[in-house]
Design a protein around this ligand. Sequence first.
Ligand code: FES
Ligand SMILES: [Fe+2]
Length: 352
Amino acid sequence: MENIITSDGYRFLKNAWYVAALSEEIVGEELFARTILSESVLFYRTLEGKPVAMSNRCPHRFAPLNIGKREGDTVTCHYHGLTFDAQGECTNNPHGNGKIPQACKLNTYAVEERDGFIWIWMGEQDKADPSKIMDCSCLTRNPDSAVAHTYMHNKCNYELVTDNIMDLSHIDHLHGPLINTNGKLSPLLPKVSEAGDNITVRWDWLADPAMLLFAQNLARPEDTANQFFEVVWHAPSNMQLTVGAVQDAEDYHQDGLVLYDFHIMTPESATTTHYFFASTRNYMMDDAAYNKAKMDGMIEAFTLEDKPVIEAQQREMGGIDLLGLNPVLLSSDAGGIRVRRKLRSMIEAESA
Ligand code: FES
Ligand SMILES: [Fe+2]
């Protein structure tokens, strides 16, 4: 079975690192709640600044704890006053003789803060290995004026957004002038390769001229440029997209303009997705105004161009079983289909 249709029976890959939030979303002593893999999770920073994550559902009558009261590193439920510490243990029961029932505790989750993201491991906690987190360290190495992060929300299954990134031929057709590739990608057969658990898809082409986003910063904006897109997928839905343009040289990274982007999807539910995006680059690294304008342009493309069509696609499909609907496959689907199959086999293996 390729997919499970109902929300109740829908299976996510549990033993994996997901981005839960941007670092900047969990601030000070605030309580922050977000639903991840259909589970309501409470986040906050301890007084030392370390992020923690636990069930947001009070075990008494299931009131959400994020509307409770924070005191020191503890949270007290707004409804009948049970108090929990940062390890999820109940530390105070104001009722009766104050005895704490054995089941009165919260599931806690491993979290790691890196490169502007808070990662969470929702599966078996003894398997959480931070060395398996996707390397986004270029976001930390580069100056703030060359780095930006954002959060978006899409009303669709997360795999539809993965498909969107794994098949960049849509840029020929869907996107406006800033990043349009003018029909150059669709005729190409993307190169797909697999190494370990990663799947890579790559397009190389002669742009005439380069994408507008790059052309304005190349020596000869109207002239041809070599360009590439490379997407490396890490299970379950974390992708690094590298985009380059170069004129009169071979080495993109040394002589050309390169964007290092991260497209990271975290399922909120079977049909809604948290979409984290971060970007850095190898040019105009000190230009904070350019950094903002570029990020604004990209967010506009994702929210005004990609999001409406993917959400409409989800509504049209009704359920979430894409392959079960026998879609027509095109040459550009090679990477996306490989990813879907690999993820499905990982989920099957986990629940076997
Ligand atoms: S619901 Fe939290 S203490 Fe009753
Ligand atoms: Fe797009």
